[in-house]
Design a protein around this ligand. Structure first.
Ligand code: HEC
Length: 127
């Protein structure tokens, strides 16, 4: 009994640990940064381009599939030129290692401009 009380007392006097907010899916590590507004027309063109490409064989909007959910990608990256260019380049050249081991195939026939619009559509899925 005494042991239990000491134990409880000990617990109560512990300094408060700073709480790290829990993410629903722990593989998303949002990168801090300000987001620019996405021009609606660009996102709409991106949506069409994605619909006519092979993206949805590996991606879903709201669920992890072979690739990460588009909504999760949107949560991770701030919308600014540097990230949009980086992601567009990644869609063109393919790759792996950011979200896990599965590989995104390269899309060498995509122009940088089209890839950017696709990325803008993906990033427009921020909640
Ligand atoms: C063969 C399956 C596959 C196809 C097809 C595919 N993806 Fe991916 N995608 C992946 C995988 C796997 C990842 C995670 C890569 C990683 O972990 O680095 C990914 C990651 C991404 C990312 C995030 C990249 C990063 O570095 O965070 C974007 C944006 C993306 N895909 C967009 C697209 C678009 C747009 C298309 C269609 C043109 C597409 N993907 C087609 C599998 C695919």
């Amino acid at each position: 009994m005494i042991v239990a009380i000491i134990f409880m007392f000990g617990c109560n006097t512990k300094p408060e640990q700073p709480k790290i907010p829990k993410k629903k899916v722990d593989y998303i590590r949002p990168i801090p940064g300000k987001s620019d507004t996405i021009p609606v027309t660009m996102a709409q063109r991106g949506e069409v381009l994605i619909a006519y490409s092979d993206c949805y064989t590996c991606h879903k909007n709201d669920q992890k599939s072979i690739g990460p959910a588009f909504q999760d990608i949107a949560k991770r990256y701030p919308v600014n030129k540097a990230y949009v260019d980086m992601l567009a380049q990644k869609v063109i050249s393919g790759g792996s290692g950011i979200w896990g081991s599965p590989i995104m195939v390269a899309h060498p026939n995509l122009s940088m401009e089209d890839a950017r619009m696709m990325v803008l559509y993906v990033l427009s899925m921020k909640e």
